[in-house]
Design a protein around this ligand. Structure first.
Ligand code: TPP
Ligand code: SF4
Ligand code: MG
Length: 351
């Protein structure tokens, strides 16, 4: 018999955030993933980011597809809204929910199979439309849930656990997100919580499509020598271009860095991302430079991590469509059904 529920009792000494919640209030059910799976570390980073941001859990809508990665929303933010979609279809369901209610914070969680194989078209269109969301891919290079077949992000020449060599070219979701117009693009590693937590915070506060590709080793099927998504390989080839400090809205800006070492990027929600540059000359507000740096380092076998690109004045799909500012479920009957005259006007405008 398995026990998935956690005891509801919270120790009275647990620290509460500004909205009165303990970190435990951001947890979900007990994970059923393999011990050591990178995905569980990403869930822990999401919990930490939301708790530190003082987000009320019910203000979040978490959506996913199918896969071990897509199971993880069950393991965090138990009090949030949730929708587990069909395989690869999370982006369109998220887009619809977002258009109906723009007041929630949208968190899309997916896998490399879910987003780069079956769901590639969905991923691409959500990025190019600028749907406001934090879209996280838990990237292990395999279909973990269905026993470890190569996914579309597996590097050419990498080896499966049984020794089979992957001959196909990889889909690089970060490069695609950059090309397709995402306005916040990052790559990180499930084993680097210090880098990942502020990246998630920045994505949740961003005003448009925010994408984070997190290399997340599958300890059961893809953590051996010959894999380019193993803990050892990522630790040895990780090249961080930036570290970000996340400053919540209205916080006092205290630390100072010499010009050229750091830049402050104000975000949509009033927060500030302080980017500490680790790579001389790297400009994270230049989309073309980001893509070029990514390609150069990739050719050298390096995995570039950190915030690769951000557009500080990003807008989203609501801005492009000029939608109404109120969630649809708050509109009254008169607003929802304005009558025959309004319909005639719309029809006339389309002739
Ligand atoms: C339409 C459809 N096709 C295939 C499957 C089988 N299937 C389930 S999960 C999965 C791949 C999941 O891989 P990924 O998104 O990388 O998640 P991971 O398990 O690696 O975290 C596949 C092919 C399915 N559930 N539905
Ligand atoms: S099979 Fe792989 S991806 Fe799935 S839970 Fe186990 S380690 Fe994680
Ligand atoms: Mg996978």
């Amino acid at each position: 018999m398995t026990y998935l529920a956690k005891p509801r009792l919270h120790h009275p000494s647990l620290t509460r955030n500004q909205v009165g919640y303990t970190r435990r209030d951001y947890e979900g059910r007990i994970s059923t993933l393999c011990a050591g799976c990178g995905h569980d570390s990403i869930s822990a980073a999401i919990i930490q980011a939301c708790w530190e941001l003082d987000i009320e859990p019910h203000r979040v809508a978490k959506l996913s597809g199918i896969g071990c990665s897509s199971k993880t929303p069950d393991y965090f933010l138990g009090a949030a809204h949730g929708f587990n979609t069909v395989h690869g279809r999370m982006p369109s369901v998220l887009t619809g929910a977002n258009l109906a209610n723009r007041d929630l914070l949208y968190l899309g969680v997916s896998g490399d199979g879910d987003s780069a194989s079956i769901g590639l078209g969905q991923f691409a269109n959500a990025m190019r439309r600028g749907v406001r969301m934090a879209y996280i891919v838990e990237n292990n290079g395999v279909y973990g849930l269905t026993k470890g077949q190569f996914s579309a992000t597996a590097d050419r020449g990498s080896r499966s656990k049984k020794g089979v060599i992957n001959n196909d070219s990889p889909v690089d979701l970060v490069a695609l997100a950059l090309q397709l117009g995402a306005t916040y693009v990052a790559r990180s590693f499930s084993g680097d919580k210090e880098q990942l937590v502020p990246l998630i915070k920045g994505a949740l506060g961003h005003g448009g499509a925010a994408f984070i590709d997190v290399i997340s080793p599958c300890v059961t099927f893809n953590n051996h020598a010959g894999s380019t998504k193993s803990y050892d390989y990522v630790r040895q080839h990780n090249e961080a271009v930036s570290r970000i400090d996340f400053l919540p809205p209205h916080s006092e800006i205290t630390a100072r860095y010499a010009p050229g070492e750091a830049i402050d990027v104000p975000q949509h929600d009033g927060s500030v991302l302080r980017l500490r540059k680790l790579h001389a000359g790297y400009d994270p507000t230049d989309r073309h430079a980001a893509l070029s740096h990514l390609n150069t380092q990739q050719a050298r076998g390096e995995i570039v991590t950190g915030l690769l690109y951000v557009d500080p004045v990003a807008t989203d799909l609501h801005g492009a469509l000029n939608t109404c500012s109120m969630p649809l479920n708050q509109l009254d009957e008169r607003a929802l059904c304005p009558g025959a005259e309004a319909l005639q006007k719309i029809n006339a405008a389309l002739r």
